[in-house]
Design a protein around this ligand. Sequence first.
Ligand SMILES: CC(C)(COP(=O)(O)OP(=O)(O)OC[C@H]1O[C@@H](n2cnc3c(N)ncnc32)[C@H](O)[C@@H]1OP(=O)(O)O)[C@@H](O)C(=O)NCCC(=O)NCCS
Length: 168
Amino acid sequence: MRPAGPADAAWLAALAERTFRETYTAENTPENMERYVVEHFGPARQEAELRDPRMSTLVAEVDGRAAGYAQLARSEPPPPVTGPAPLEVVRFYVDRPWHGRGLAQRLMAATADTARAAGARTLWLGVWERNGRAIAFYRKCGFEDVGTHTFVLGDDHQRDRVLVRRLD
Ligand SMILES: CC(C)(COP(=O)(O)OP(=O)(O)OC[C@H]1O[C@@H](n2cnc3c(N)ncnc32)[C@H](O)[C@@H]1OP(=O)(O)O)[C@@H](O)C(=O)NCCC(=O)NCCS
């Protein structure tokens, strides 16, 4: 597990786009997927995020190759998030060959450590209500469901579960 920096932008953009597509293509229209991907992924966008002082990115590497990544951000939490010093887990993606093998738990532990070191006391995230595997994983990691918020994918307004975990 290591922090990512601007030099990681190119491969991170490729991994982020691919894992996003693999996760959501089956249940969304091609038009909505393309719109979201164009707006959110690409080396310039990822480099800007890696330089953004409000964000931090962690990469999980296996034998020197990226196997997953997590991004934290100081963002405005939605109303259901009421805990102290909140930090958002904006993205949390593990590459398919590593699903179910414990790597996601290690990435989450490193993410929580990074958040604590940044002074956070509450981790929160939004996860699509249809993403049963991710919801089951987050519950195993100690997250609790506190409500919903809206996530916009293209022109589709989707319902995300909002999950929260206290860090202390
Ligand atoms: C979400 C993610 C990080 C979890 O990592 P993982 O290694 O797959 O997680 P685990 O296998 O430890 O835990 C998943 C749990 O969900 C269960 N599960 C699998 N498919 C499921 C489904 N369709 N519905 C509900 N639960 C499911 C598994 O059995 C497992 O529970 P168990 O350990 O009690 O058996 C990983 O699957 C991933 O990167 N997915 C694609 C990206 C993504 O969805 N990211 C989250 C965005 S918010």
